[in-house]
Design a protein around this ligand. Structure first.
Ligand code: ZN
Length: 200
């Protein structure tokens, strides 16, 4: 690892000095390959540098990266011509919140709302502790999350719903359904990354 006088090295390439946005300038340039469809968008597939960057946000609390992700998401949301009243995030269960100390999706949702000039609102809460999703099959995940959330009333509101990584989408879809049932007019799904099929 190279040393930079007074600056910490980029956590992703370890080759350049980091910036206030949590990584070096060249990593910032090749981090994103946006994926978009009618009601969801992500900044890229969950692999390579983007996967590493999300891990640094999640486990090492590199908050500069939260600002960088928020900036890029705001750019993509404007490009897609989506407008909304609120940004909200998929909630962590309080037990996991206590063990980790913060919700990485809320960490991005707040600066994203700020960038877009709309309000951040915690509209969803968990009704039960879901098991660690990563260990479950697709069907088990869907069953597990279907009734795991409740929403505040959001009659006629347009909402951007943020999660860090879309894996099967079960969690986001369950939250989306829950918000529609609470009266939302439109719920768009926004993620930092979308999981891709891996060959094993
Ligand atoms: Zn770098």
């Amino acid at each position: 690892m190279r040393l930079f006088f007074g600056l910490s090295p980029c956590p992703i390439c370890k080759n350049q000095p980091s910036t206030a946005l949590g990584c070096c300038k060249s990593c910032q340039k090749d981090l994103f390959k946006p994926l978009k469809n009618a009601d969801s968008l992500a900044l890229g597939p969950y692999r390579d540098k983007l996967e590493l960057a999300i891990r640094h946000l999640k486990y090492h609390h590199v908050t500069g990266l939260a600002k960088l992700f928020a900036q890029e998401l705001a750019k993509e949301i404007r490009r897609a011509n989506w407008s909304a009243d609120y940004v909200t995030a998929v909630p962590l269960h309080w037990k996991r919140y206590l063990s980790r100390g913060y919700n990485q999706s809320a960490l991005v949702a707040k600066p994203l709302a700020h960038q877009l000039g709309i309000a951040y609102a915690p509209l969803l809460s968990r009704t039960q502790s879901t098991q660690q999703q990563a260990k479950l099959s697709k069907l088990e995940r869907e069953k597990n999350v279907a009734n795991a959330f409740k929403a505040k009333p959001v009659e006629g509101k347009r909402i951007l719903l943020l999660d860090d990584v879309i894996t099967t989408g079960a969690t986001l879809r369950a939250c989306q359904t829950c918000l529609y049932e609470a009266g939302a007019k439109e719920v768009k799904l926004v993620a930092i990354a979308r999981a891709v099929q891996r060959l094993s």
